[in-house]
Write a protein that binds this ligand. Structure first.
Ligand SMILES: Nc1ncnc2c1ncn2[C@@H]1O[C@H](COP(=O)(O)OP(=O)(O)OP(=O)(O)O)[C@@H](O)[C@H]1O
Ligand SMILES: [Mg+2]
Length: 217
């Protein structure tokens, strides 16, 4: 197995006036390629904070995050931006699609942000058809169901061929059935592409397909 992500003693504290609130307390973990893992825990336990630290959106107060052999938080801002664009795919609770772009354009936009611009449209259409969205490529987000919007968000996250997908409650706005199929799709893509996915969820029923579960208190 090849390790793609390593956390060593990750700690995150916020100063609240005189008090210090420690949200993440020495978290260490190792994630391998091909793994689909879940982070579970009650509201306020620090799940989103942990994903932000892994995704180089927030710096830890202490500890290190090693993604693909590189320490994410000793990089400069430019290197971090490039890392987020090329190596990480983000999926959030709401699909965060841009209302005035069609499904295909959503993918082309993230594709254009990186240097490798070959076969952009071809890659976008391949992904959309792979995720069962071929007939939806010229639709706007408001013309899609919630489940379809999340599938577009998955396609968009995969567009730059990331090594790691970070999904923060991707099923929270969906009903049980649609939520299940979104998770199944994420698992399938993780295995086929031999990447790693970390999903934050509240829902115990979503963890059956997981290779590991990390519980936060
Ligand atoms: N910028 C900040 N400044 C101070 N406290 C913060 C900040 N960001 C988050 N927190 C606190 O950190 C704790 C964890 O927040 P976080 O959003 O990570 O929780 P969560 O587990 O994702 O919760 P939920 O399930 O509701 O999304 C909360 O108590 C929150 O108030
Ligand atoms: Mg959260």
């Amino acid at each position: 197995m090849t390790t793609i992500l390593e956390l060593n003693g990750v700690t995150k504290s916020y100063k609240q006036g005189q008090e210090v609130l420690t949200v993440l307390d020495h978290i260490s973990m190792q994630v391998n390629k091909g793994e689909f893992g879940a982070i579970l825990g009650p509201s306020g336990s620090g799940k989103s904070t942990l994903l932000s630290v892994i995704g180089a959106l927030t710096s830890p107060s202490n500890g290190e995050v090693i993604l693909n052999g590189r320490n994410v938080h000793t990089m400069n801002g430019k290197e971090q931006t490039s890392l987020r664009l090329k190596e990480i795919g983000f999926i959030f609770q709401q699909s965060n699609l841009i209302p005035f772009l069609t499904v295909e354009e959503q993918l082309l936009l993230v594709g254009k942000l990186i240097k490798q611009k070959e076969r952009l449209q071809e890659r976008a259409l391949e992904l959309l058809s792979h995720l069962g969205l071929a007939e939806r490529s010229s639709h706007y987000p408001e013309q899609l169901s919630g489940g379809e919007q999340q599938r577009v968000a998955i396609a968009r996250a995969l567009m730059n061929e990331p090594k790691l997908i970070l999904a923060d409650e991707p099923t929270a706005s969906l009903d049980r059935e649609r939520g299940k199929s979104v998770v199944e799709l994420l698992v399938k893509e993780t295995k086929e592409r031999h990447i790693a996915t970390i999903m934050v969820t509240h829902d115990e029923s979503m963890i059956r397909d997981c290779d590991w579960v990390y519980r936060m208190r």
